[in-house]
Design a protein around this ligand. Structure first.
Ligand code: URA
Length: 437
């Protein structure tokens, strides 16, 4: 089938065969498919959702346009992926904890997307930290330390790199089939035995609607399992930031606080997410009898200090300071201006426009509006009050970290609008909504 026939079949709502999908993915990777053809393909998929086996075939075809990593290790190779949110620095806490519990974690992460932060941008705030590792170096660090967090090398799912950029400018990002194929083509190329997915739902997630988040979670699990990877998805709440900070260096601080003092109240959501996602992942790997035992193991890895020690080894192996677990407060850059935002009346934090907080961080310089924008690692929002918190008049509810006083003032006004103060008791939304196996 020629590409023109494939596109005509999509337009007419007819199924596209596996061979045609393999040809399309190869053509994306080697340039035989033009931008116009790729855009037409993406738009066609948005209009006519794929059957499960077609989506699985597209995912595998995209994975196979590049290398699939091969491992010879004495334990299972596993990973976690989040669909993205605000203040979501769970990977920094979870990755070393999984390694301590016996899994090997070759985490390939991304940069910030839209209003959501990216793990690579957060780690880049650590002086010297390198995320652009060659495949052999990445595999060596995983074997020596137990975990690595880095960007996709050129040879990982090149078809996705091309299609993603085209979807971004053709308004076709928001398709469950294309999101699944995009995320999993890269994750499956890691050569995993087990994968746990954190599918975010709520005001700060890409999927604001719970039913859509659940459908995405199901499609991800079904497709990854069809490719032979033991996979679960956990739908989690993103109606408030996952940590009490949003911003690159500020989220590394939040992660270091969770790693060094996991019982602190401010780290509760982050630690719960790490425990639940990690527990599920260890159970998938067969390293524990069930997810409850896995949660306890992740908890022990955090409270014993073993996870922070492994995080330090990973930072050093990737070019960061060798004394990071002891000196992280001195090593991370800080913004020149920090403005405190105080409640203008007594009340209860009733709701948070989490997407607005993410947009504020981007506007402060903590994210990109254009592909080539430079990130300011220091800016963002910290010490955010959580939903249900009772506050008195004048009590601090957030701190804004900015490059200058004008930007701090403008951002503080917007943060005040994003945090709703109610005059009634409010219960925080449940963090863990559903586990899909
Ligand atoms: N992340 C990805 O890698 N791809 C998508 O399509 C959406 C989020």
């Amino acid at each position: 089938m020629s590409l023109r026939d494939t596109l005509a079949a999509l337009r007419a709502g007819r199924a596209v065969g596996k061979r045609a999908l393999v040809e399309f993915a190869r053509g994306l990777a080697d340039g035989r498919v033009s931008d116009a053809q790729a855009g037409a393909f993406a738009m066609g998929v948005c209009h006519v959702p794929m059957a499960a086996d077609t989506r699985a075939a597209l995912t595998r075809a995209m994975r196979d346009t590049g290398a699939v990593l091969d491992w010879h290790l004495d334990g299972p190779v596993a990973d976690k992926h989040s669909t993205g949110g605000v203040g979501d620095c769970v990977s920094l806490v979870l990755t070393p904890a999984l390694a301590i519990c016996g899994a090997y974690v070759p985490m390939i992460s991304g940069r910030g997307l839209g209003h959501t932060g990216g793990t690579l941008d957060k780690l880049a705030s650590i002086p010297g930290f390198r995320t652009d590792l060659a495949t052999e170096e990445m595999q060596r660090i995983v074997a020596e330390v137990g975990c690595v967090i880095c960007g996709a090398t050129e040879d990982i799912a090149p078809a996705d790199r091309r299609l993603y950029a085209i979807r971004d400018v053709t308004g076709t990002v928001q398709s469950t089939d294309l999101i699944v194929a995009s995320i999993l083509s890269k994750k499956l190329a890691e050569g995993l035995e087990a994968l746990v997915l954190d599918v975010k739902s709520g005001s700060g997630a890409f999927m604001t609607d719970p039913a859509e988040a659940r459908a995405l979670a199901r499609a991800l699990v079904e497709t990854a399992q069809a490719a032979g990877v033991m996979t679960s998805a956990i739908v989690t709440d993103m109606n408030q930031p996952a940590a009490s900070s949003a911003g690159n260096a500020l989220e590394v601080i939040a992660a270091m606080e969770a790693l060094t003092d996991p019982n602190a109240r401010a780290s509760a959501r982050l630690v719960t997410l790490a425990r639940v996602l990690g527990g599920e992942c260890l159970a998938l790997c067969g390293l524990v009898a069930d997810a409850d035992e896995g949660e306890a193991r992740i908890g022990d890895a955090l409270t014993s200090g073993a996870a922070v020690e492994t995080f330090g080894r990973m930072v050093a192996a990737q070019g960061g300071p060798s004394d990071f677990p002891d000196r992280w407060r001195d090593r991370l850059p800080a913004a020149p201006v920090v403005a405190e935002l105080r409640a203008d009346a007594p009340g209860v934090v009733g709701g948070i426009d989490t997407r607005a907080l993410g947009e504020i961080v981007v506007d402060l310089g903590g994210g990109r509006r254009r592909e080539d924008d430079r990130i300011d690692p220091t800016v963002g929002i910290s010490h955010m009050a959580e939903i249900g918190a009772v506050v008195t008049e004048g009590q601090p509810i957030a701190r804004v970290h900015a490059a200058d006083a004008d930007e701090a003032e403008e951002a503080a006004g917007r943060v005040a609008e994003a945090i709703e103060l109610a005059s009634r008791p409010v219960t925080a939304p449940g963090l863990i909504r559903e586990v899909i196996r």
